[in-house]
Design a protein around this ligand. Structure first.
Ligand SMILES: Cc1cc2nc3c(=O)[nH]c(=O)nc-3n(C[C@H](O)[C@H](O)[C@H](O)COP(=O)(O)O)c2cc1C
Length: 185
């Protein structure tokens, strides 16, 4: 079972990228979590370009998302919403339709006490409109500066919550495959 992680922050010291990195390490065979394909490489969404000359990097993103059994999306909170980087990627994915029916788990890390709640809520609404199957479980990591160090989640309860979220995502992906008739175990 193959999952894809998307990160809405391009910052080298990103707390959210650290969450994704930790999630990849917590994902053990037969599961796999591929890390962010690099959303910063995408041009700004432009419907004219989409119709006339789809950039290769967008085609690659669509194929990668389409091939994943589920997505783990980690988002920073900027001005009470998600990041422009992530929103831009989702705009490119609207037309491709790869998000439709895809199980998606959301997580957010923030130095503040709210833990990115508003960014996740914002993202959940956008993803629902796109037809994603956003799982009801999610992960908020408030006061993340004391829970993340050296690019990894170090706080044990947070690591356990992240592992539980990955299990929930895998179960949702199992159910989606069963419903699709492509999984028999
Ligand atoms: C432009 C900007 C706006 C921000 N707005 C919010 C906000 O609305 N709520 C919040 O909790 N944190 C906010 N923050 C703090 C970010 O959550 C914090 O910088 C976080 O570490 C960003 O995620 P990253 O570490 O993955 O890059 C903001 C930061 C910046 C730079």
């Amino acid at each position: 079972m193959k999952f894809l992680g998307l990160c809405g922050s391009l910052r080298s010291g990103s707390l959210n990228a650290a969450v994704l990195r930790t999630a990849a390490e917590l994902t053990l065979p037969p599961r796999e979590l591929d890390l962010d394909p690099g959303l910063g490489r995408l041009p700004y969404f432009n419907a004219d370009v989409e119709e006339t000359a789809l950039p290769e990097v967008v085609a690659e993103l669509r194929a990668t998302v389409g091939a994943a059994d589920g997505l783990l999306i980690v988002t920073p909170e900027y001005a009470h919403g998600t990041s422009g980087v992530l929103k831009n990627a989702l705009e490119w994915l609207v037309g491709g339709g790869e998000i439709g029916g895809k199980p998606v788990a959301l997580a957010s890390a923030s130095p503040t006490v709210t833990g990115g709640d508003r960014a996740r809520a914002w993202l959940a609404e956008t993803l629902a409109v796109m037809g994603a199957q956003v799982i009801p479980q999610d992960l908020r990591i408030p006061q993340a500066l004391v829970k993340i160090a050296d690019g990894r989640v170090t706080d044990e309860p947070t690591r356990a919550a992240l592992a539980a979220l990955l299990d929930d995502l895998a179960q949702a992906a199992d159910r989606a495959r069963e419903a699709d008739g492509t999984f028999a175990s």
